[in-house]
Design a protein around this ligand. Structure first.
Ligand code: NAD
Length: 260
């Protein structure tokens, strides 16, 4: 379905981004992986996706907190004679603390990566998408794009803003073949969440298993994690012709979190 399309998935060296990259590759899309990690781990994943799905897979290590680095990444893509047809804005970080204790550099970093980078990649990708009259922008927001939790001021602010930015891009592209939507996952067991489970276990003096159950019970009625593959499947759907008229939507995939 996505043969000859080029997908840039930000933050795809692990977790949700890697699963989305794999899901798009399974549909025939060529992939640009992005994110941090050990060189040998990234190369192993790159080679594995290329071999398994017979698509072109490259890696670009641009630091998305650096606007110039984002622009240089898009210049490299253009120099290679390609354009980004599918942009998945997935890279994100978290920090938890009450507002009065929130370190200002953590606020700036979360806003830079979880929000501003989404604007800058879209800004760089849209001209070519509009010229081709086809494109997909899929922003990985969060249940925290719709509702709040304590101690997550920067994250909740950024994710709500991403949902708003998604709507603006969708309106500005409404008469074109370019669509922009957001996916709002609940708890997914990735490195980002494991850190919160470990912190909880330590803080409350409970086992990791108990911390995991408590974390889910608090927010996610299914008491099951969303899987990265389920988010990959949603991203593929949003790239399909069936989703041509889905514009500016924010899809919950959260075990019932935001139904409450
Ligand atoms: P993760 O930590 O496994 O992945 C984050 C990715 O972002 C990694 O590839 C990392 O290398 C990359 N990254 C970090 N800083 C970067 C930078 N400056 N430039 C480029 N890449 C950078 O986390 P995840 O859980 O897979 O999260 C992916 C996205 O999903 C995030 O936007 C997160 O907010 C969102 N999300 C996660 C959950 C969850 O429960 N895990 C729930 C809702 C939303």
């Amino acid at each position: 379905m996505l043969k000859n399309r080029l997908a840039l998935v930000t933050g795809s060296t692990s977790g949700i981004g890697l699963a989305i990259a794999r899901a798009l590759a399974a549909e025939g899309a060529d992939i640009i992986l992005n994110g941090f990690g050990k060189d040998e781990d990234i190369e192993r994943e790159r080679a594995r996706i290329a071999a398994e799905f017979k698509v072109d897979v490259r890696y670009d290590g641009a630091d998305l907190m650096d606007v110039d680095a984002i622009e240089r990444m898009f210049a490299r893509i253009a120099d290679s004679g390609r354009q980004v047809d599918i942009l998945v804005n997935n890279a994100g970080i978290q920090h938890t603390a009450n507002v009065e204790d929130f370190p200002r550099e953590r606020w700036d970093a979360i806003i830079a990566l979880n929000l501003s980078a989404v604007f800058h990649t879209a800004r760089c990708a849209l001209p070519a998408m509009k010229r081709a009259n086809w494109g997909r922008i899929v922003n990985i927001a969060s249940a925290h794009g719709k509702v709040a939790s304590v101690q997550k001021s920067a994250y909740v602010a950024a994710k709500h803003a991403v949902v708003g930015l998604t709507k603006v891009i969708a309106l500005e592209t409404a008469r074109t073949g370019v669509t922009c939507n957001a996916i709002c996952p609940g708890w997914v067991l990735t490195g980002l969440v494991q850190k919160q489970i470990d912190a909880r276990a330590e803080r409350e003096g409970i086992s990791e298993e108990q911390a995991r159950i408590d974390l889910l019970s608090e927010k996610q009625p299914s008491i099951e994690f969303v899987t990265t593959e389920q988010i990959g499947a949603m991203a593929v759907y949003l790239c399909s012709p069936g989703a041509d008229q889905i514009r500016g939507a924010a899809f919950s995939i959260d075990g019932g979190w935001t139904a409450q």
